[in-house]
Design a protein around this ligand. Structure first.
Ligand SMILES: Cc1cc2nc3c(=O)[nH]c(=O)nc-3n(C[C@H](O)[C@H](O)[C@H](O)COP(=O)(O)O)c2cc1C
Length: 332
């Protein structure tokens, strides 16, 4: 988009969320255009982006557009991702802040959810990126020409239908997923992952032999996994099974059944129980991960988790033109 603007003689500033200074960099009025581009997480915008949008300064009449990126894949044919409410949620926040919403459009980039699947083959990566480049340029050209380019009713209806999944992701999924990462024995404690984490969610622990530790604010963006020079960041599938068990049955189930007998039933559903259930979920996931983090310091157990983890056999991926140095400036 920056290139397209330049080719039309329009000045533009491309900033990462980590580097942006919205108060001074966003102008007021229809002569300015603000665009937010970000990956879709769990069929909505990542919490970090929602937070960023909520903190944006109010601007009366400044034009704005939103382009959530989605998980495109290519298996013989090209298969698009699903942005759910990602675009329209951020669009709504911008509208409420006084911006004039001119465009919402999902863009398919190569899927990077590497704790779920292997990094795409470089041939497919280039094909998907080239397709995104052409589509984005055409879309953005129309926007610069003054046209309103909202994504249409079908993505909006799909997004609304997916709201329960998005809420589940924001309340449960992202905390749960942050707790499946660990560093294998290949980790040499260089700390690059912690230094470049966009949410500052990794802590190096372990004295003379430091290892990264993922905290609750991790958004599973996969930067640590995609950029680790030793491919030492793994996501443990066996731990997923263990965590699901601990966070639900049998302790949670029996405890909640027992508590249910004493808690007042409210007219709007059994919300005290739901709150306790949620607290229990967060606490059990946190406790299990602390235990796990301690266990994987034992070399034999670390090896056991490493070799029973699918990511150990997966190809890694990050957007090919992006380098670690592009993230510098994030408070370093
Ligand atoms: C935790 C996580 C959740 C994701 N959820 C979705 C999703 O709901 N829908 C989708 O189309 N892509 C989803 N993706 C894929 C990314 O949105 C996609 O790979 C990304 O937009 C790639 O763009 P980028 O390389 O510009 O970041 C998810 C990825 C991660 C890591």
């Amino acid at each position: 988009m920056g290139e397209e603007a330049a080719s039309q003689g329009t000045a533009s500033l491309v900033r990462s969320v980590e580097q942006a200074k919205p108060d001074t960099e966003i102008g007021e009025g229809p002569g300015h255009l603000l665009g937010l581009a970000f990956p879709t997480h769990g069929f909505t915008a990542p919490w970090r982006v929602i937070h960023f949008a909520l903190k944006l300064p109010r601007r009366r009449g400044t034009h704005a557009f939103v382009t959530p990126t989605r998980a495109g894949i290519r298996i013989v044919w090209f298969i698009p991702g699903l942005e759910g409410t990602a675009g329209y949620l951020i669009g709504l926040i911008l509208l409420l802040k006084g911006y004039c919403l001119r465009g919402v459009q999902g863009i398919d980039m190569p899927s990077n959810w590497m704790s779920l699947h292997w990094g795409l083959h470089p041939t497919n990566v280039s094909a998907i990126i080239e397709r995104a480049r052409v589509k984005t340029a055409a879309w953005f050209k129309g926007l610069l020409a003054g046209r309103r380019r909202l994504g249409g009713i079908i993505p909006l209806l799909l997004g609304i239908a997916l709201i329960p999944v998005s809420l589940g992701y924001l309340l449960y999924g992202r905390f749960f997923l942050a707790k499946i990462f660990f560093a294998s024995e290949k980790c040499d404690g260089c700390g690059l992952c912690a230094k470049n984490c966009p949410t500052r969610s990794l802590r190096m622990e372990g004295g003379r032999n430091p290892r990264p530790y993922w905290s609750f604010s991790c958004e599973s963006c996969m930067r640590c996994m995609g950029f680790c020079p030793r491919q030492a960041v793994e996501a443990s599938q066996p731990l997923v099974v263990l965590l699901s068990f601990l966070a639900s049955v049998p302790v949670g189930y029996y405890l909640l059944q027992w508590l249910n007998r004493f808690l007042p039933q409210s007219a709007v559903g059994n919300w005290p129980l739901k709150v306790i259930n949620y607290g229990y979920f967060l606490l059990s996931v946190y406790a299990a991960y602390r235990l796990f983090n301690w266990l994987i310091r034992v070399p034999l157990l670390n090896r056991l988790f490493t070799y029973t983890t699918l990511t150990h056999y997966y190809r890694r991926y990050h957007e090919p033109k992006t380098r670690l140095k592009d993230f510098k400036g994030n408070g370093e």
